[in-house]
Design a protein around this ligand. Structure first.
Ligand SMILES: [Zn+2]
Length: 325
């Protein structure tokens, strides 16, 4: 990040997971950068804690997990940076899970859930908690956890790594992991992926019908095992790359532009790269073999198996079957 800032990038907000070491680095080294927590990581951690309930209250906690996790996202998405609103909305889940959708807070203020009133059928179909149940006590202690409430204050801007995951997925089209590329190749392929991402993901809008209604599709979620609505976006466009290719061709065919190098292999600056990514020096092969044989083979394998591995001899035989490795 220091390198990016040195190059003139104005970093206002940084979103990371809740690692305490990263919090310390940003607090001490980048005091002007606002540190936010990635909501996906927080929601994932909370889901795990809910699923660790004791046997007798596991069923209702599991049944409530999905709506509580949705509430994490909803609270962050709708607080618009107001931390107090976010905390109040987050704590309100304690009322909702008990089928209590209007309540009075300790300060005497009236509050209500944001969802539409539930029909009697909807109320019957859901599992509700009672305030004296073990499940409710467990959930309350998780919702009101001091560290979580402190961390929630860094989630008001609704930052999460979803768009980054989308970019990493799109990057595979240009940089498949099964192929090796030169440094220059890596850099240029990354640049192409960034151009396409900005053109087709960042600028893309939700598709609308002829009457201006936002379009959605229904897809079956394997994780939640339910049908969910997903936005339909405007189609991808190749206009940017068509234009780029055309400009390259026009330049190449322009008789007024004469390249000093007769081929397309223009010399590119090569940065000083280390021979590999290892942070420690490679030991000699003899030392590695000696260490391997003394610390692994002698302790883990009987001598017969050791011999068979290196000689490809028969390791198991009876009257009917012979197995070689
Ligand atoms: Zn409610």
């Amino acid at each position: 990040m220091t390198e990016l800032m040195d190059k003139g990038l104005d970093v206002e907000v940084m979103a990371t997971d809740r690692s305490t070491s990263i919090q310390k680095i940003i607090r001490e080294q980048y005091p002007d950068v606002q540190h936010e927590f990635d909501i996906w990581h927080t929601a994932k951690g909370f889901r795990k804690k809910m699923q660790k309930g004791k046997k007798k209250d596991t069923e209702i906690l599991l049944a409530s997990t999905r709506s509580v996790i949705n509430h994490v996202w909803y609270s962050c998405a709708t607080s618009k940076g107001d931390v107090e609103v976010l905390k109040r909305r987050w704590k309100s889940i304690q009322h909702h899970v008990c089928n209590e959708h209007e309540w009075t807070d300790d300060d005497g203020q009236q509050h209500m859930c944001d969802h539409a009133p539930l029909t009697s059928h909807e109320q019957k179909m859901r599992m509700w908690m009672t305030k004296d149940s073990v499940a409710f006590q467990d959930l309350s202690s998780l919702v009101l956890d001091k560290r979580l409430l402190r961390d929630v204050e860094k989630m008001g801007l609704f930052k999460h790594t979803g768009p980054l995951e989308v970019f990493h997925s799109a990057l595979l089209k240009y940089l498949p992991k099964r192929q090796a590329f030169s440094f220059q190749g890596m850099r240029e392929r990354c640049q192409l992926a960034i151009l396409e991402h900005n053109e087709n993901i960042v600028k893309r809008k939700q598709a609308t019908t002829t009457t201006g209604q936002a379009r959605f599709k229904q897809v079956f979620s394997k994780r939640s095992k339910q049908w969910v609505l997903k936005k339909i976006f405007t189609p991808h466009t190749t206009e940017l790359f068509d234009t780029l290719i055309q400009r390259v061709m026009d330049r190449r065919q322009n008789p007024n532009i004469v390249s000093k190098v007769p081929t397309s292999l223009l010399p590119l600056p090569q940065p000083a790269l280390p021979p590999n990514i290892a942070p420690v020096r490679k030991p000699s092969k003899e030392a590695a073999m000696s260490s391997f044989q003394s610390s692994f083979l002698d302790k883990q394998f009987p001598m017969a198996a050791y011999n068979s591995i290196f000689s490809h001899s028969c390791v198991y035989s009876d009257s009917a079957t012979t197995v070689y490795i």
